[in-house]
Design a protein around this ligand. Structure first.
Ligand code: ZN
Length: 336
């Protein structure tokens, strides 16, 4: 196991998609869209480049009506008529990437069984390809980021929730229903805490930022001594700061999260046997607070130590651009 091998080359390389007639490659543009809870981001890319020639960002106002109209306007603001050949999108899920339908995403209440892909394809007259944001970030890290050159990749983003993306034998794992690789919702303990999805004991309910803050709040309300104050605004970042300052409860909270994360990842390795494990998301910036207990737990719970031989564990290299670049990679893969 190669722990936190530093990924130093953050410059975006060139994708492999877009093979075909040279004339078509030079003229074709791809539009990539990242629909987040706070912002919609749109960018236009030439040929095989990962540097946008135009981009636009607008507030998504996900809880208010008109998200689709705001999205269309954002795309229109960068549209180059006759030159764009495909649109790729990273969207909150759950969704069906094969039909382009958003099923019932909690972030955007008005998109319930919403045919986002078909609607946009009809409006703009080009194919639209979409998948969930974590899958797209994983795809981007494999194509253009920390996972380049690997054939079997697990990407995990740990923030308020836990999302995952899996590349298996150089293919994005989507599954029969397009709902594969929901790594945050792997069941760890059916008697565990409630998860963001409403079920109990999923990996996200133990090791996400929300889970860490909830656990600390519970301990504070039970009378545990700490420099932290209980409250709804208590964040994993505040708890990490307290842990770095030596607060025992804060340290124990990250140890608990790392312990369960190790169990979850032991399960993932048993199924997917990757050569690299890439961590994104704000909570993963807690570094050794989380990853030391994680590593100990992973070694303890893994079925066979050979899974850990030459396994690279590293941090994501693309930051906030991962969603856009994943959407770009998806559109290029699907339309090539
Ligand atoms: Zn869940």
């Amino acid at each position: 196991m190669v722990f936190f091998h530093t990924y130093s080359d953050l410059s975006c390389g060139f994708g492999e998609a877009g093979r075909g007639s040279v004339i078509i490659i030079l003229m074709s543009l791809t539009v990539a869209v990242d629909i987040g809870g706070t912002h919609i981001r749109v960018a236009v890319y030439e040929a095989e480049s990962t540097k946008p020639i135009a981009h636009h960002r607008t507030r998504s106002q996900a809880n208010k009506p008109g998200v689709y109209d705001r999205l269309v306007k954002a795309i229109e603001s960068v549209w180059q008529k006759g030159k764009v050949t495909a649109i790729g999108m990273a969207s909150p899920g759950p969704l069906d990437p094969y039909t382009g339908t958003i099923l019932d995403t909690p972030n955007i209440p008005e998109w319930n069984n919403f045919p986002l892909g078909p609607n946009l394809s009809k409006h703009f007259g080009v194919p639209v390809y979409l998948d969930n944001d974590a899958n797209m970030a994983g795809l981007a890290e494999w194509r253009y980021g920390a996972g380049q050159g690997h054939h079997d990749v697990i990407y995990l983003t740990i923030s308020t929730g836990i999302g995952g993306g899996v590349i298996s034998s150089d293919r994005l794992l989507q599954g029969f229903h397009g709902m594969g690789a929901e790594l945050g919702h792997m069941l760890i303990d059916p008697n565990g805490p409630i998860c963001g999805c409403g079920h109990f004991g999923h990996a996200e309910s133990f090791s996400s930022g929300t889970a860490i803050a909830r656990h600390v709040n519970e301990q504070l309300n039970a009378g545990c001594k700490s420099t932290l104050q209980a409250g709804p605004d208590l964040s994993a970042a505040q708890i990490a700061d307290a842990a770095h300052a030596g607060d025992a409860l804060a340290i124990a909270a990250f140890e608990r999260a790392g312990h369960y994360l190790g169990i979850a990842v032991a399960n993932y390795l048993t199924i997917f046997d990757p050569s690299i494990l890439i961590f994104g998301g704000g909570v993963s910036q807690a570094e050794n607070l989380l990853f030391k207990p994680f590593e100990e737990s992973l070694r303890k719970h893994i079925f066979h130590p050979h899974y850990l031989d030459n396994l690279v564990i590293t941090r994501a290299g693309l930051g906030d651009n991962a969603g856009l670049l994943g959407a770009l990679a998806l559109a290029r893969m699907k339309s090539s």
